[in-house]
Design a protein around this ligand. Structure first.
Ligand SMILES: O=C(O)c1ccccc1N[C@@H]1O[C@H](COP(=O)(O)O)[C@@H](O)[C@H]1O
Length: 222
């Protein structure tokens, strides 16, 4: 099974191009105005065009209301919704039905008991995104560049479809992929030179590092 790779928090054509050239399966656009990665619907709509037929465009929202989501879906036309707030399983299911789009629900992980939430969203969402729990007082629910203990994921059933995220970068991705077996990985601040400022060279280095794990997981990185 091939490993999906999502580059998230894209704000420029240059960064989108680096993600697509590297072979990203997903490109993510953040709709959260307190994030340094926030984009307007117009910008996301323009940037996502380059990904058509090459990668899935993901709209990342945080407890967004129906009106906001309708505008994002109508104008940007994402291929997937990422719910990165406190959306309940019922809310996730309702949005999936209403917009007829696959939904990826982000769950915050710091300790083993945080994985109990997985059961409630399995079968409701198309995929989970297992991200690090934000530190106390953090403004952002994601994009904090903090990893969690990947070994916790050994407690999950093998058939849980999840993307791993939280503090991934070119230096640690090999260790992450040896510690657990995600079907996808998601990186944002780990490929930035400053908050919200993606570095094409760091994006290339990330892909290079992922492909360097080919010996360990040939069937997933070929
Ligand atoms: O990146 C953000 O600013 C952000 C804001 C609001 C919700 C989610 C956000 N980012 C998501 O968090 C993961 C992990 O980020 P990082 O690699 O630890 O920086 C990121 O890939 C986004 O999906």
């Amino acid at each position: 099974m091939e490993l999906d790779i999502k580059i998230c928090g894209l704000k420029s054509e240059e960064a989108v191009a680096a993600a697509l050239e590297g072979g990203a399966s997903h490109v993510g656009f953040i709709f959260f105005d307190r994030s340094p990665r926030h984009v307007t619907v117009e910008t996301a709509r323009r940037l996502r065009r380059a990904a058509v037929g090459r990668a899935l465009a993901v709209a990342v929202t945080v407890d967004a209301d129906d009106e906001t989501l309708s505008r994002i879906v109508g104008e940007m036309q994402p291929d997937m919704l990422q719910l990165h707030g406190q959306e309940s399983p019922e809310r996730a299911a309702a949005l999936r039905a209403r917009f007829a789009l696959p939904v990826m629900k982000a769950l915050a992980v710091r300790e083993k008991k945080d994985l109990e939430a997985v059961a409630a969203y399995r079968g409701v969402c198309d995929r989970l995104l297992l991200d690090a729990k934000p530190p106390p007082g953090a403004v952002l629910p994601g994009g904090n560049g903090i990893p969690f203990d990947w070994r916790l994921l050994a407690f999950l059933d093998d058939d849980v479809d999840y993307m791993l995220s939280g503090g991934l970068n070119a230096a640690n991705i090999a260790a992450a992929l040896r510690a657990c077996r995600p079907r996808g990985i998601d990186v944002s601040s780990g490929v930035e030179r400053a908050p919200g400022d993606k570095d094409p060279q760091m994006i290339r280095a990330f892909f290079h590092a992922v492909r360097g794990v080919a010996g360990a997981r040939p069937e997933e990185t070929a």
